[in-house]
Design a protein around this ligand. Structure first.
Ligand SMILES: [Zn+2]
Length: 319
C-alpha cells in the first residue's frame, strides 16, 4: 500500500481553499472522464484517482484527518474512524459537464487500499448512505460429486463485488441531490459471474484458485464410496457361496470405467482388494490414489429344512 498524495493528484497546494479544490477537481474530472476518453485505460485510472482524492479533500473532516496522517500514515489509526457529521460538500452537477449522467455501464475499479484503510468507512458515512456490506471474501465452498472429482468439471459462480455506481460514477451525487441509485455511497454491491474450471483429481478440502477466487472443494458423500485422501473405498456385497467358492464381481468405478474383479475362494468378510491407481487421479504433484474393493459377505436367511440339514452336516464335518 502506497501513500496517496491527494493534493498532488488534484494539482493543488496543501493550503488550497475548498473552492480551489473543487475547481481543480472539476477541471481534471472533465478532462479524464471516461465518457470523453473511451477506451483509454490511463484516463480511467486517473479519473478514479481524482475522484478518490476529491472524496477525501472535499470533506472537511476527512481532509483534516488526511492532513494529520502526513508521513505518520503507516502508524496511523484504523480504517473504522468515527463517522463524521459533515454534510457532503459536493454541489455541482456532472450532467452539466457531460450532458447526461450515467450511461456507462462498465464501472471500472474502485478505491485504493490506502483510501479503504483510512476513509473507506467514514467517507461514505458523510454522505448519509447506508454502510456497505463487508466485501465477501473471494473464497467459496464448491461441492462436487465423486465422479466430478475424478474427471474435473466447471461451475458458474456469482461473487459479490462492489462496483463504482454507474449512475453517478462514484460521485455519490447527481445535480443537487444524492444519487438515487447508490443513495450517496458512490458504490453499489454488484455481482461478478464467473465460469471456473475444477481440474480432475481434486480431493476433500482442495483449494482451487481461478480468476481471483479460491474454491474450497467439498466432495459430496456417496453412499457407495468412502474417500480417504486420494484413495477410494468401495464396499461390494458377495454371498456366502461366492466368498467360499470364489466368484467374480463387476462394477463401474466413479470414473465410469467398467472393472471386474476375481474374488478367490475362501475370501473372508471385510477382505480388501487394491486396484492400483484407480482412486482419485494424479494432480498437484500427487500420485493417483488406489481404489479398494472391500467384501461384505451376506449370509443366507430363511433357510429351507434341506438347507439347514446341509449346514448342520457342514458343521459336523468341521467339529
Ligand atoms: Zn450513485
Amino acid at each position: 500500500m502506497d501513500f496517496k498524495d491527494y493534493y498532488k493528484t488534484l494539482g493543488v497546494s496543501k493550503t488550497a481553499t475548498e473552492k480551489e479544490i473543487k475547481s481543480a477537481y472539476r477541471k481534471l474530472a472533465r478532462e479524464n472522464h471516461p465518457d470523453v476518453n473511451s477506451g483509454d485505460k490511463g484516463a480511467e485510472k486517473r479519473f478514479q484517482e481524482i475522484n478518490e482524492a476529491y472524496e477525501v479533500l472535499s470533506d472537511a473532516d476527512n481532509r483534516k484527518k488526511y492532513d494529520q496522517l502526513g508521513s505518520q500514515w503507516r502508524n496511523a489509526g484504523s480504517r473504522r474512524g468515527p463517522g463524521s457529521g459533515g454534510s457532503g460538500g459536493v454541489e455541482f452537477d456532472f450532467s452539466d459537464l457531460f450532458g447526461g449522467a450515467g450511461g456507462h455501464q462498465e464501472a471500472a475499479g474502485g478505491f485504493s487500499s490506502f483510501f479503504e484503510r483510512f476513509f473507506g468507512g467514514a467517507g461514505r458515512q458523510t454522505r448519509g448512505g447506508p454502510q456497505p456490506q463487508p466485501e465477501q471474501p473471494a473464497s467459496v465452498e464448491v461441492e462436487v460429486s465423486l465422479a466430478e472429482a475424478y474427471s474435473g468439471t466447471t461451475r458458474q459462480l456469482e461473487i459479490a463485488s462492489p462496483q463504482v455506481c454507474p449512475q453517478c460514477r462514484g460521485a455519490g451525487v447527481i445535480g443537487n441531490g444524492i444519487c438515487p441509485i447508490c443513495r450517496g455511497a458512490g458504490r453499489q454491491q454488484g455481482t461478478r459471474r464467473l465460469e471456473v474450471r475444477i481440474p480432475a483429481g481434486v480431493t476433500q478440502g482442495s483449494k482451487v484458485k481461478a480468476q481471483g477466487v479460491t474454491m474450497v472443494i467439498n466432495i459430496r458423500p456417496d453412499p457407495d464410496y468412502e474417500i480417504k485422501g486420494r484413495d477410494v473405498i468401495r464396499k461390494t456385497a458377495v454371498d456366502l457361496y461366492g466368498a467360499v467358492l470364489g466368484t467374480e464381481v463387476s462394477f463401474r468405478t466413479p470414473s465410469g470405467k467398467e472393472v471386474s474383479l476375481k474374488v478367490p475362494p475362501e475370501s473372508q468378510n471385510g477382505r480388501s482388494f487394491r486396484l492400483s491407481g484407480q482412486g482419485l487421479p494424479a494432480a498437484a504433484g500427487k500420485q493417483a490414489g488406489d481404489l479398494y474393493v472391500k467384501l461384505e459377505v451376506s449370509l443366507p436367511t430363511r433357510l429351507t429344512a434341506r438347507e439347514k440339514e446341509l449346514f448342520e452336516e457342514l458343521a459336523r464335518l468341521r467339529a
